[in-house]
Design a protein around this ligand. Structure first.
Ligand code: GEK
Length: 241
């Protein structure tokens, strides 16, 4: 992996909607670690979950794979034979760097530049959406989750990590304040935090945890558990029993 470049994008950038372009790709590793509380833990646990649920001769999908961090976590966690990790992203810049990052994987990682809303998902034992569904239009989320469910084996799991919002006004305000305090503690300035917030408006669309649970159930998943929460960031496990 190349040396991590520091994210200073929003010291200069203003008024542009957020996009996963070459500029963001260059600083993405630093950006996500300093912006998403618990991101490192989600990666660690993706490996643990893959160790428990990866089935022999099955596929493990990382949808919205960015630079390949979750794909590599899956690959390192697998304990059975014959598995293939499929990493998918529609950003050309991200995938080009992802190819370089995943070369040394212990398990074959196949990378695909595609829209996760249109690609084939089949024979999957583990599927990861690590902070990706939030970038899909709300009205299209159900169809995607239903296709994921249909492409999964019995006994498989989906890991869904998201930034969420809260119906209760006080809870919502406090979680936002805590998240912004986290970002400042990570070295972002007030100006960077507010410019990034504006740039993500209408691009990253959070929903309440209950909406995610309900949608996963509607997609067919038998059990849904929130296994992680830090402020307004959660991760959920959905089981196809
Ligand atoms: C990680 N999971 O490091 N089709 C394909 N890719 C998409 C689509 C789409 N329709 N929409 C967005 N993406 C990673 C982090 S980042 C999360 C995931 C974040 C891709 C987009 O190009 C980007 O690379 C990724 O989803 C979201 O564990 O930036 O907060």
């Amino acid at each position: 992996m190349i040396k991590k470049a520091k994210d200073t994008l929003f010291t200069q950038k203003e008024g542009m909607p957020f996009a996963f372009d070459a500029e963001v790709t260059r600083v993405f590793e630093d950006m996500i670690q300093r912006s998403v509380p618990g991101y490192g833990l989600t990666l660690q646990m993706i490996a643990v979950i893959a160790g428990l649920y990866a089935q022999k001769n099955s596929k493990l999908y990382d949808l919205g794979c960015s630079l390949g961090a979750s794909s590599l976590a899956l690959a390192h966690g697998i304990k059975v034979e014959g598995c293939e990790v499929v990493g998918v992203d529609n950003s050309e810049a991200m995938l080009a760097q992802c190819h370089r990052n995943t070369k040394q994987s212990p398990v074959s990682i196949v990378l695909q530049q595609d829209d996760i809303q249109n690609m084939l998902i089949e024979d999957a034992s583990v599927v990861v959406l690590n902070f990706t569904l939030q970038f899909i239009a709300k009205e299209e989320r159900q169809a995607l989750l239903t296709r994921i469910y249909q492409g999964m084996r019995q006994g498989g799991v989906l890991i869904l990590s998201e930034k969420v919002c809260f119906e209760d006004g006080f809870e919502q305000q406090q979680h936002i304040a805590l998240h912004e305090a986290f970002k400042k503690a990570q070295g972002y300035s007030e100006l960077e935090v507010s410019r990034k917030r504006q740039s993500l408006e209408n691009v990253l669309i959070p929903e309440p945890i209950s909406a995610h649970h309900a949608r996963l159930k509607d997609a067919g998943f038998d059990e849904v558990q929130t296994w992680f929460q830090c402020f307004n960031f959660v991760s959920v496990l959905a089981y196809k029993v």
